[in-house]
Design a protein around this ligand. Structure first.
Ligand code: FAD
Length: 407
């Protein structure tokens, strides 16, 4: 029986989850990742210029559970649950707002460790290879071939597959190739705000603030947020208009800014961490909506490659994970039409590695039929939630609503 092969461009969060799923379903898997192996001791701790930690919610966890409850457990062992928001007022006061009356939480997770768990997992499958420091150069979506440049040797590596998956992030090269082969409608928008991360170190060996909340300093047109880390530090992210970033030029400007807007955070940060403002990278924020996500049975884009969002709904990765769960469900439906393809237990042993191109295409048509619409809604919610997080959470009417809801 023929064994299909998948080539995945990008071994970030979504690419590595996709590799695990396809390997589990019996495919030969090749992952090509531009960066060096994050598990190599020489590379540990290097910033990847996205966020250091991020919130994983039920949507993302469900996708990991379908892959394997054991992997979900490994992930749950490294998360810190956040049961609500902690709002920091201008006067230094704090007030908690629960996310749920049922005590549910979203979870802070280290991006690097999560990526490593998924990379380790995909490499447990025979027939899976991950090539680091290989960057996608060319993709022929009719011939189902791709060329990657080995960044270390400069050599071109040619490969072919039954399916090519683009999981290569917000500036996805695969998305650009897809446009040569099919009519892709794309909407891209940069917002006028950027972000920067600052580290709030552990204080006397403990968390400097309550670790069970996502902390927010809402200041109407901008905000600072903080998520806890396993080493008892917080990663704090300042989201604000570029003009505001540019107006802070000296240490004096910076200290005045913190004294005016985040006075309670000053002793928690310490001057050294506050001064990281001048050295840490600033990131742009934009969204991309596009459709279709696939070309014939030959290629498909997932994760940020398919739908990059502003981060205010904390659903970018979660939604990318849901892409993979959805794709797997649709492929299982083709392989075993009589089984409930949404039921992870019923699908546990299904193999999709000998599906025909017609069956793969049928699944990809359905994938494009739902994911662009769903991710566009998530992007709209994220755009709205920036206003909620930086302003509405502090308004009387919002607090009254929470009180009425019993939160
Ligand atoms: P990426 O993580 O960008 O991975 C893409 C990979 O492709 C990278 O490893 C890259 O090196 C590789 N690559 C790129 N080009 C090539 C090439 N030419 N060849 C080979 N490989 C290539 N999401 C949440 O769910 N919750 C959150 O709380 C959250 N917080 C966020 C906070 C911030 C500040 C930001 C910026 C984003 C946040 N997100 C959050 C969104 C989340 O980071 C992304 O949705 C997620 O990283 C997408 O994963 P991905 O694998 O699709 O893309």
């Amino acid at each position: 029986m023929k064994q299909n092969k998948v080539v995945i461009s990008g071994g970030g969060l979504v690419g590595s989850l996709a590799a695990c799923y396809f390997a589990k379903r019996g495919w030969i898997v090749e992952v090509y990742e531009k960066r060096p192996d994050p598990r190599d001791p020489d590379n540990v701790g290097k910033r990847n210029h996205r966020s250091i930690n991020l919130a994983i919610s039920t949507r993302g966890l469900s996708s990991i559970n379908r892959l394997s409850p054991d992997v979900e457990k490994k992930v749950m062992d490294i998360v810190l649950p956040m049961y609500g928001r902690m709002i920091h007022g201008l006067d230094g006061s704090t007030s908690a707002q629960a996310y749920s009356i049922l005590g549910k939480a979203i979870n802070s997770v280290d991006r690097g460790i999560l990526n490593e768990i998924l990379l380790d997992q995909c490499e447990t499958f025979e027939g899976t290879k991950v090539f680091f420091q290989h960057s996608l150069e060319h993709c022929d979506m009719d011939a189902k071939t791709a060329t990657f440049k080995n960044i270390v040797t400069g050599e071109d590596v040619f490969t072919s597959a039954d399916l090519i998956i683009g999981a290569d992030g917000a500036h996805s090269p695969t998305r650009k190739f897809l446009q040569y082969y099919t009519k892709v409608n794309i909407e891209q928008k940069y917002i006028d705000h950027g972000y920067m991360e600052l580290e709030m170190k552990a204080k006397d060996g403990n968390f400097a603030m309550d670790k069970e909340h996502l902390h927010i300093w809402p200041r109407k047109t901008f905000m600072l947020i903080a998520l806890p880390n396993l080493d008892k530090s917080f990663t704090c992210t300042l989201f604000m208009p570029w003009s505001k970033f540019e107006s802070i030029k000296t240490e004096e400007d910076l200290n005045e800014f913190f004294e005016e807007y985040f006075p309670d955070s000053i002793p928690l940060f310490g001057q050294e961490s506050i001064n990281e403002f001048f050295t840490n990278p600033k990131g742009a924020l934009f969204y991309v909506k596009c459709t279709p996500h696939h070309y014939k049975s030959n290629a498909v884009i997932v994760g940020d490659a398919a739908h990059c969002t502003v981060p205010f709904y904390a659903q970018g990765m979660n939604c990318g994970f849901e892409d993979i769960e959805t794709l797997d469900t649709l492929l299982c439906e083709q392989a075993a039409p009589l089984i409930d393809s949404k039921d992870p237990v019923a699908c546990q042993n299904i193999k999709t590695s000998s599906l025909t191109p017609e069956q793969i295409e049928a699944a990809l048509i359905k994938y494009t039929g739902c994911r662009p619409r769903d991710s566009a809604s998530m992007i709209d919610l994220a755009m709205y939630n920036y206003i909620e997080m930086r302003h509405s959470v502090n308004t009387f009417s919002y607090k009254a609503r929470l009180w009425l809801e019993g939160k």
